[in-house]
Ligand binder design. Structure first.
Ligand SMILES: [Zn+2]
Length: 447
């Protein structure tokens, strides 16, 4: 793609692409997918061997449904192949001399996995980031601060999308909160990217330091990613009120792009980068598609990333999507919710529960700080869920009434009966970047 010149008042970055019909999206995806499967098969020993073993060939793909004949892979596959053929694994489909950038996952659950990019992959990614920022209302007149980690983290280079768009781009990184607040104040930053937990923490830190984010800071757009909170209305509303800013939720994946989807000004779901990534939403048990709008595991296939194609990558994220046209005029598939990780899905007395389901209830209650933790244990062979919450400073209601009210509200909203433990403010650990919301003590009961 060449240089794109877009006027500030244009609604779209690439109007023809962004507003094309669903049939045109499917045609585009089939064309890209055919070429991409051939590239994977001819370039990557892993894909050649695995496709052959499953009796499938890139020529077998005529429609998007035909993709279901191809095998899945997941994070463990990437890790295994990387250990088998170091350092990048044999999913890589280009010579190493063509690789110019890698990100690596944090490695909190094992050996970090590297995500390689060719120069072309990297440029296309940044083009997409610019388009996505534009759809969220970022303009060349904005002053944008990127407060994410740059160390091997795929979220870091997203700042280049803002820069490509023409915004003044401040590569802030993970500064201490006081320092970041000083930067926001000094440069009167208008847009900021961080995690939802950190946006909250930073806003509260500002207030404690005598800075009113609404009055003393100029931040009017907050981009967030990395946790479900950015799409939970109650969480959004509280962070937006604290900052006097609009929140735009984004979704990214260390193994593909820093962002793969993001909100437009309508803030009604996250528009997906469908010219780069194909989305399937499947029943995790059967591997069959769920009806549109229902919750299922998101499975992703890259369509043009040449360094390391990912074909049918099981993300472990439970999502719901829609292809209904958005009021903004864009026609891409939208994520309606990232409900949580399959790993974080608690099964309490047979009912599926995500931390986000509880968050929606907790953050509606003005007498609570909004912090919470789920503690699960097993008492006499029965699961017991305790939701720990904090009352606000100066709370003078009846604690028993509040606990009772929450118990009923939680039961009605989630179908799960829970105990509520009401704690004083500032008792629960504050997340600096990613909140740990679940303490499952059940395994210890049986060990
Ligand atoms: Zn939209």
């Amino acid at each position: 793609m060449g240089i794109v010149t877009v006027r500030d008042d244009n609604a779209y970055w690439q109007p023809a692409l962004e507003t094309q019909s669903r049939a045109d999206w499917r045609r585009l995806q089939v064309d890209l997918l055919k070429a991409h499967l051939h590239h994977a098969y001819t370039g990557s020993p892993y894909y050649r061997t695995t496709f052959d073993a499953h009796g499938v060939h890139p020529d077998d793909l005529r429609t998007l449904d035909d993709l279901r004949r191809f095998p899945f892979l997941n994070k463990a596959t990437i890790r295994e192949r990387q250990l088998a053929v170091p350092p990048f694994g044999d999913l890589v489909a280009v010579p190493e001399r063509d690789i110019v950038y890698i990100s690596a996952s944090s490695g909190s659950t094992g050996v970090p996995t590297a995500s390689p990019f060719t120069a072309g992959d990297f440029d296309e990614w940044i083009d997409y980031e610019a388009r996505q920022f534009w759809s969220s209302g970022l303009r060349p007149t904005d002053r944008y601060a990127h407060a994410l980690n740059f160390s091997l983290f795929v979220g870091g280079p997203c700042v280049l999308g803002a820069q490509k768009l023409g915004a003044l781009s401040i590569h802030a990184g993970t500064l201490p909160s006081e320092r970041l607040l000083a930067v926001l104040q000094q440069f009167q930053v208008t847009a900021l990217w961080t995690t939802p937990s950190y946006a909250w923490h930073l806003g509260e830190t500002a207030v404690r330091a005598g800075i009113d984010p609404k009055r003393d800071l100029a931040v009017r757009r907050l981009f967030v990613a990395g946790e479900p909170g950015g799409s939970i209305p109650e969480t959004r509303a509280r962070i937006e009120a604290l900052w006097g800013a609009d929140i735009y939720d984004y979704y990214g994946l260390s193994d593909i792009f820093g962002s793969c989807a993001g909100m437009c000004a309508e803030k009604d779901g996250l528009h997906w980068a469908e010219d780069h990534i194909l989305v399937e939403v499947l029943d995790p048990e059967t591997g069959e598609p769920v009806p549109e709008g229902e919750r299922g595991e998101m499975v992703l296939t890259t369509l043009r990333k040449r360094a390391r194609p990912l074909i049918r990558f099981r993300t472990g994220d439970v999502v719901s999507v829609t292809t209904e046209p958005c009021r903004c005029g864009r026609t891409s598939l939208r994520l309606k919710g990232v409900h949580g990780r399959l790993d974080d899905m608690l099964i309490i007395k047979g009912v599926n529960l995500f931390p986000g389901d509880v968050e929606a209830v907790v953050r509606q209650e003005p007498a609570l700080t909004g912090e919470y933790r789920l503690v699960v244990d097993r008492v006499e062979h029965l699961d017991r869920l305790t939701v720990e919450v904090e009352h606000i400073h100066g709370f003078n209601g009846d604690p028993a009434d509040l606990r009772d009210h929450l118990r009923r509200h939680l039961k009605a909203a989630t179908g799960v009966g829970a105990d509520v433990s009401l704690l004083p403010p500032d008792t629960l650990p504050r997340a600096v970047h990613k909140a740990k919301r679940i303490e499952d003590r059940r395994s210890h009961v049986w060990s």
